[in-house]
Design a protein around this ligand. Structure first.
Ligand SMILES: Nc1ncnc2c1ncn2[C@@H]1O[C@H](COP(=O)(O)OP(=O)(O)OP(=O)(O)O)[C@@H](O)[C@H]1O
Ligand SMILES: [Mg+2]
Length: 362
């Protein structure tokens, strides 16, 4: 539904050129919820604005549906209003001098082909009911709560029933509780309407909970693309592992390859899953998630690593207990059940299942 090929966007500034997007390829299928996830400044908004037609890339092609909407080579650039796309901007950009009804009606009034008053009324009503803002038509937009303003921006993006929805950090202005509720509502809504959605966020939890596919971006490039589970369970490199969730990193060198490899680290030799193409002798970093480390007593099973360490810190987080365990010179973070009977200073045996230890190229 949305195809991006070899997209490059450069901005000219007084202090030289900013190469904001550096050769991005994406393929978003019909009805998919697809998320661009990455730290501030990695080029998410620039990519989204290029799809909307608000940015003019220097290279590449963009296809929406069956339409080539941008091609540098073929000198094609369809203007934004002809792209049949709805967008919610990073700041909602609702019009403060208009009431709720007029905010949603605006895109319809702007259309080249005149829409009748009756049609406008019924389409605005439908869009407002989708986001549960019925009854607030006459309210001036600034007198809505943050969550309501966010939904108003969404209604305005949906009123033309676009084939594609672009959402740029639409939940970032909401407080934590509301954000969590709205996450599920928003995903339900676009899935119900079967709209192809390209979503932008720097919040990994949003990306993991809402998306069918996540593309992790860093410095203008996509560094990994996959389902939330793939991205979380098998990060391809240290950047992704670090950005998505909390991870422990143990540097080492590969001693043995095979179905399970062996990596020698200063904390001990670890059996682990080697990333594709890693060979014996190579420098690697072994990644393990805090929730995959256990403290249970008992003998080691065959595919388990056991490390001895000392609990240095215990922090109660409500639903978990986070501990830092010193293993040699390394601090390993682990997550335990909140009622686990552990105390600072205690000597413990950490159990690291081999299949949860991923060796990536260092
Ligand atoms: N109009 C502009 N002129 C010059 N540089 C720009 C312009 N817009 C963005 N940039 C730069 O391009 C890079 C990518 O910006 P972009 O807004 O796409 O990032 P982002 O991933 O959306 O970040 P954030 O999460 O902070 O919104 C940044 O280095 C930014 O400073
Ligand atoms: Mg942005």
């Amino acid at each position: 539904m949305i195809r991006i090929e070899q997209l490059h966007v450069r901005y000219r500034t007084e202090r030289g050129e900013v190469h904001a997007v550096r050769g991005i390829d994406l393929n978003v299928r019909q009805g998919q919820f697809f998320t661009l996830l990455g730290p501030s400044g990695c080029g998410k908004t620039t990519t989204l604005r290029s799809v909307a037609g608000l940015e003019r890339p220097q290279e590449g092609e963009i296809i929406v549906g069956d339409d080539l909407v941008f091609s540098q080579q073929r000198k094609i650039s369809i203007p934004p209003y002809k792209r049949d796309i709805g967008m919610v901007f990073q700041s909602y950009a609702i019009w403060p001098h208009m009431n709720v009804f007029e905010n949603v009606a605006f895109p319809l009034r702007e259309m080249k082909k005149r829409v009748s008053q009756t049609d406008i009324r019924s389409r605005v009503r439908k869009a407002l009911s989708l986001v549960q803002l019925e009854g607030l038509e006459d309210r001036p937009a600034p007198f809505l709560s943050g969550g309501q303003q966010q939904r108003l921006a969404l209604a305005r993006a949906l009123v033309k029933e676009p084939r594609v929805l672009l959402l740029d950090e639409p939940l970032s202005n909401l407080d934590a509780k509301l954000r969590e509720e709205t996450r599920f509502e928003l995903r339900e809504l676009v899935k119900r309407l079967a709209i192809t959605t390209l979503y932008v966020t720097h919040d990994q939890l949003e990306a993991l909970t809402m998306s069918d596919v996540v593309a992790v971006m860093d410095q203008g490039r996509v560094v990994q693309e996959g389902t939330p589970l793939e991205i979380y369970r098998a990060p391809r490199d240290r950047f992704v592992a670090n950005f998505i969730g909390l991870s422990n990193f143990l540097e080492g060198r590969v001693q043995k390859t095979g179905q399970l490899g062996e990596v020698e680290t200063p904390s001990g030799t670890l059996k682990c899953v080697l990333a594709d193409g890693i060979t014996a002798g190579e420098a690697v970093v072994v990644v393990i998630r805090p929730e995959d480390v256990n403290l249970n007593a008992g003998p080691a099973s065959q595919n388990e690593n056991i490390l001895e360490g000392k609990i240095e810190a215990v922090v109660f987080m409500g639903d978990t207990l986070e501990c830092q365990v010193a293993v040699g010179t390394k601090l390993i973070r682990i997550k335990l059940h909140p009622s686990s009977p552990v105390a600072r200073g205690e000597i413990v045996r950490l159990r690291l299942p081999a299949e949860s230890c991923h060796a990536l190229r260092a």
